[in-house]
Design a protein around this ligand. Structure first.
Ligand SMILES: *[C@@H]1O[C@H](CO)[C@@H](O)[C@H](O)[C@H]1NC(C)=O
Ligand SMILES: *[C@@H]1O[C@H](CO)[C@@H](O)[C@H](O)[C@H]1NC(C)=O
Length: 197
């Protein structure tokens, strides 16, 4: 089942490339998200400016380690617009992540021509993951690894390939056909990842 753990680390970022309405920039200095209003393709509407405080521009405890996911041993502190309303309309966000157990991180990209680019990263290295490409990161060391990632969207989205395939109610026979796996293997993965059918 080693391959499955490896597969579980493959992430697919779509970055929901939100089209930020540039009109906000022209008429006001900022547009703090009003999270009580529905989000639209151009982001959240602005909070009433008279209620904006300095705290809207600050995200606290970015480096606090959150709960580790039991399936992939990764923690993530998202500073996206939903957690950090000051990012609204700015097209940027960040995440702080820890990976157990390891000191170095192996980062990789799989291009649309299925070429693989991967390397073990050292402290201080920055790696860019182009928008929309399959990517993976895993801890290749012996101690915990800490990662800071930034995004060119204030509300980025990620789709884990194993979850996309096995955590839903799509019939096992169909998943088996599209994934070239045996039905029994698909059923085992569905059980492991919370899928049905
Ligand atoms: C913003 O809040 C102020 C003070 O409560 C209020 O007077 C003003 O009408 C509000 N503006 C909008 C656009 O709701
Ligand atoms: C997660 O970490 C624990 C403790 O280090 C380890 O026993 C377990 O095998 C890891 N799980 C995965 C999916 O790597």
């Amino acid at each position: 089942m080693k391959n499955i753990n490896m597969l579980a680390l493959i992430l697919f970022f779509t970055y929901a490339s939100i089209l930020i309405s540039s009109s906000n920039a022209g008429v006001q200095d900022f547009c703090i998200a009003d999270l009580s209003a529905p989000v639209s393709p151009s982001g959240y509407p602005c909070k009433n400016q008279s209620t904006v405080t300095v705290n809207d521009f600050i995200f606290t405890e970015f480096f606090r380690t959150r709960k580790f996911s039991s399936t992939i041993n990764v923690s993530a502190t998202d500073a996206f617009v939903g957690q950090f309303p000051g990012l609204n309309g700015l097209g940027v966000s960040a995440v702080y992540s820890e990976l157990l157990p390891g000191g170095t991180v192996l980062g990789g990209i799989i291009s649309s021509e299925n070429r693989v680019y991967y390397k073990t990263l050292r402290a201080g290295d920055l790696m860019v993951f182009p928008q929309g490409l399959l990517q993976f990161h895993l801890n290749a060391g012996r101690t915990r690894a800490k990662v800071i990632a930034t995004f060119n969207s204030e509300n980025p989205r990620a789709q884990l390939v194993p979850r996309a395939l096995f955590s839903n109610d799509l019939l096992a026979e169909i998943v088996a056909k599209v994934s070239f796996l045996e039905v029994a293997v698909v059923e085992r993965l569905k059980a492991l990842l919370g899928g049905t059918n």
